[in-house]
Ligand binder design. Structure first.
Ligand code: SAM
Length: 173
């Protein structure tokens, strides 16, 4: 956040700009540890915002810059067919699909990821101001999720006026 603040100040040639940063995580997160870890000489006001980023977190058109690092790959829930021993997608108690040759298992994860990303983008689309910016950094495991993510970004470009995808960073786990 310090880097973001510095870059925006330089862009507008205004060292007196003031910034409020909202740190979001699940309600179970230890926000006190987060706040204690922030540098004392930071040049922004810090707040914690509890709740899932798959839903609304902020008022409409209130956020100028949204950043999400290494978090959107977490699913909102376990697809129920993975837990069902009678389902072709039963995942035998595993919590991932790494190395899964069963296409039903992979599809169950991809379908959930699609739903989650749609909720994520819909919520941010309401919250971010016109002309705002979003930077996402995420690990992707497998081409299915990467391809889906790419097509989600293209949907955004097509549906939202003045939306430009500058780059997407990805790497394989
Ligand atoms: C790997 S950590 C990344 C933390 C930090 N963003 C970073 O880059 O160092 C992933 C974080 O995302 C949070 N997270 C996962 N799913 C979330 C959700 N639906 N809503 C809000 N936070 C979530 C986790 O609780 C965890 O703190």
């Amino acid at each position: 956040m310090q880097h973001v603040v510095q870059v925006v100040k330089e862009k507008y040639h205004d060292n007196n700009l003031e910034f409020q940063v909202f740190f979001n995580d699940h309600v179970t997160n230890d926000f006190n540890t987060l706040f204690r870890s922030l540098p004392v000489d930071r040049s922004y006001y810090a707040s914690g915002v509890p709740g899932s980023f798959h839903g609304r977190l902020f008022p409409s058109r209130s956020i100028h810059f949204a950043h999400c690092s290494c978090a959107i790959h977490w699913l909102s829930k376990i697809p129920k067919e993975l837990l069902d021993k009678n389902s072709p997608a039963w995942n035998k108690g595993l919590i991932h699909y790494a190395g899964a040759s069963n296409v039903e298992i992979v599809n169950a994860y991809v379908v959930q990821f699609e739903k989650d990303m749609e909720m994520f983008f819909n919520a941010r689309a309401e919250e971010i101001v016109q002309g705002g910016m979003m930077v996402l950094v995420s690990p992707f495991s497998g081409w299915d999720s990467l391809n889906f993510f790419g097509s989600s970004l293209m949907d955004l470009v097509n549906e939202v006026s003045n939306c430009v995808v500058i780059s997407s960073i990805s790497f394989e786990l």
